[in-house]
Design a protein around this ligand. Structure first.
Ligand code: PAF
Length: 285
């Protein structure tokens, strides 16, 4: 079932809630791939009813980012959802979510702003305001669907950590389930933005995973000094790959570390063919 209005989603879910059925929400921006399907599969295994939201959220994109260009493939997304047993796809318009005449300005909207020490690093450093936009829309989706469980991928590990923090700090009655990152056979982390890459670009993009794998290998061999682990990346980089960041932080709090441990996560962002790609790996697994 495709639902475009907030009121209709609430009306649709109401009888199931009244019957104490559990509701799972998988928030997405569409252009669904195997990574999303694994979230849906986990949601299906845990919940009586599964709702997938498909909404390219304007307020999480910066002025020079790819909001207008972001792939919009609702027909295919809807087909994939129905084939995979999703009960409802919620795909509102920006006006439905933010009001008629909504403009990209924060003068007119109540935002949910996660703490600075979670957002002043990694993706938050170059994408100022991005996580305010993410937390605001996710909070709205939680208020609209009132799910028991919500499913997010570890591919966007900083986002997952920040959403868990928001839910805890704001006492939102939903359980956040983090699901493992899914890779192509080549090792490339699945992302809707991979669609922008040429075949050569996809090959170049493998550098991200190679760097992360090598850091993990070095850690397993006994190197724990974070600076030394980060240094190992430089042999993999070339002119076709523009490194934005490579950091090793605590996997739960994003605290900085001088020595890595089993609960550390290495995070990387690079631009390949002008496409911004991110990846991460837990060192202790
Ligand atoms: O990860 C995403 O696709 C988006 O950031 C999310 C969580 C759906 C919010 O728009």
């Amino acid at each position: 079932m495709l639902i475009k209005k907030i009121k209709e989603l609430r009306e649709y879910l109401q009888p199931y809630k009244a019957d104490n059925e559990t509701i799972g929400l998988v928030p997405t921006m569409g252009a669904l791939h195997a990574g999303h399907l694994s979230l849906i599969k986990t949601a299906k295994s845990m919940c009586d009813r599964v709702v997938v939201s498909v909404f390219v959220n304007p307020i999480q994109f910066g002025p020079n980012e790819d909001y207008t260009k972001y792939p919009r493939t609702l027909d295919e997304d809807y087909k994939l959802c129905t084939q995979n047993g999703v009960d409802a796809v919620f795909s509102p318009s920006p006006a439905e979510m933010y009001g008629e005449g909504f403009i990209l300005s924060n003068n007119n909207l109540t935002y949910v702003c996660p703490p600075f020490n979670y957002t002043d690093k990694l993706c938050g450093k170059s994408r100022v305001g991005h996580f305010d936009g993410v937390c605001t829309v996710v909070n709205k989706l939680f208020n609209i669907a009132q799910p028991d469980f919500a499913f997010f991928g570890e591919k966007d590990a900083q986002q997952l950590i920040i959403i868990k923090k928001m839910v805890k700090d704001l006492n939102i009655p939903v359980e956040i389930i983090g699901c493992p990152l899914i890779r192509e056979e080549s090792g490339l982390a699945l992302s809707s933005r991979n669609k922008y890459l040429s075949d050569d670009g996809k090959r170049e993009a493998l550098v991200l995973y190679k760097i992360l794998q090598n850091i993990k290998k070095c850690y397993k061999q006994g190197i724990t000094d974070v600076a030394a682990l980060k240094e190992t990346a430089f042999t993999f980089l070339n002119n076709n790959v523009e490194l934005e960041y490579l950091e090793i932080y605590d996997a739960d709090t994003l605290d900085e570390l001088t020595k890595a441990n089993d609960n550390s996560r290495a995070f990387i962002a690079c631009k390949v063919e002008d496409v911004r790609l991110i990846d991460n790996i837990k060192l202790g697994e």
